[in-house]
Design a protein around this ligand. Structure first.
Ligand SMILES: [Zn+2]
Length: 122
């Protein structure tokens, strides 16, 4: 009997621990759907922490000026984990345009499980 209760307890705890992750996943998926359909509004969005927790640790963006796509590793960001993903739009800079002395904002495309574009180091 004791073992059964202990097993139930462990099961409940595991379910409880999985729930916030499920919630974060749904939040990321609903944000993605909004990006796919209209591309806006980008606010509200998940936080960096929520996206990484849900497994969506890559943010696909495109430069608003030169249209160069790139992937941002959210897990490696220096911004606080409580930063909202939509707040990154004005903070991420295109390397190409930065070299040309421009600072256009980034267009946010979607959150992903893995990068979609090869690294552009140029
Ligand atoms: Zn650019």
């Amino acid at each position: 009997m004791t073992n059964i209760l202990a097993a139930q307890s462990a099961e409940m705890r595991a379910k409880g621990e999985a729930m916030p992750q499920q919630a974060d996943k749904l939040l990321c998926e609903s944000w993605n759907e909004r990006m796919w359909s209209d591309g806006e509004p980008i606010d509200p969005s998940p936080t960096i922490d929520q996206a990484v927790n849900a497994g969506f640790s890559w943010l696909e963006i495109r430069c608003a000026r030169c249209k160069t796509p790139s992937d941002v590793d959210l897990a490696a960001m220096k911004h606080p984990p409580t930063t909202f993903v939509h707040d990154l739009a004005s903070r991420l800079r295109c390397r190409k345009c930065a070299k040309a002395g421009r600072r256009p904002s980034a267009t946010l495309l979607q959150l992903g499980w893995q990068p979609r574009h090869p690294r552009t180091e140029a």
